[in-house]
Design a protein around this ligand. Sequence first.
Ligand code: CP
Length: 357
Amino acid sequence: MVDKSIEVDEVDPELQTQPLVPEVPNPHTDSAEELLDYIKEKPGSLLELANQSIVSARQFNRDMLVQLCRLAAKYEKNPIPVQRPLTGKILISAFYEPSTRTRLSFESAWHRLGGDIMSITDAATTGIAKGESYQDVAEMLSGYGDLVVLRDTNERAIYEMMESLRIPIINAGNGVDEHPTQALADMYAIFKWRKNLIEYDLKSTEKVRVGIIGVPDRMRTVRSLLLFLSLFPESWEEVVIISNAKKVFSEGQREELEERGLKIRVSADMDKELPELDIIYINAIAWVGDSYEEHGMEYKLDKNSKMKESAIILHPLARGDELSTDLDKTEHNWYFDQARGAVFMRMALLTCYVWLF
Ligand code: CP
């Protein structure tokens, strides 16, 4: 007979002194509580989101965004809510394109609110692989669940589903078009960092300069973020797009953002711009079809980059060589908090969907 007992004496003594749960506190825990105290509760604007499909960042106004951040902060303070408003509701989590953060944070948010989930993680396991139309798939989903969260490389897929869908749908990334809930998480991180940026009457010294290292024409995260930044035009000294792409904006995109009040400048010289930036948003990939495009790979950030000491870095992740891991343990790292906060922001959005808070 094999002796399966553990020889405790054989364990490395150094390991025996290690805590069972690593003691790595979230460095920004207090900022959610501070934001919660700072924003006055006025949930009326969120009523408009009840039972609604979310396709674009254009559907949101300033009040909605601020109140969603407040609600997200409330959930961050207490991630295990007493009320479980999604009990008995079923989420259909349909990801026809790879995802780590968006799918898992939506599912985490839905679970925390008490709901049940059916998950599709590969279109090849569904009728789409047999040539079934999005309209027919949507007809079926309407009978099986209460809300769809869809990611698809095809920009039109969400619109085609909506032709026959009888339950709400949330856009979790449609091709290179938009990713509105990622941008909600971005704004939540920004307001946790500087809560006064939600105000209309900032002094010129309180405004911040935003740098976006990316291509608004090709990156859905950047497209949605710019729309949200344009809801708070007084908060930004300017928004500097750092890119050497031949086509930085799509047709009419820059004009729309400027009409909404955003001051935009384009620069190809990252080293010249970096020392003046307060918020540095970086992304280098755009998922297209079955693969991804790389953009601006010559722009790289590491701990020796000439940034303001107080500058924060945001990244929608997944990262590549553009964002060195040597930044992870620096004060610049807000990208992990941005990804973590997405759970609470998605909890806030999903609560509005059933309007029970
Ligand atoms: N930010 C983002 O969309 O990440 P995933 O692709 O992992 O969902």
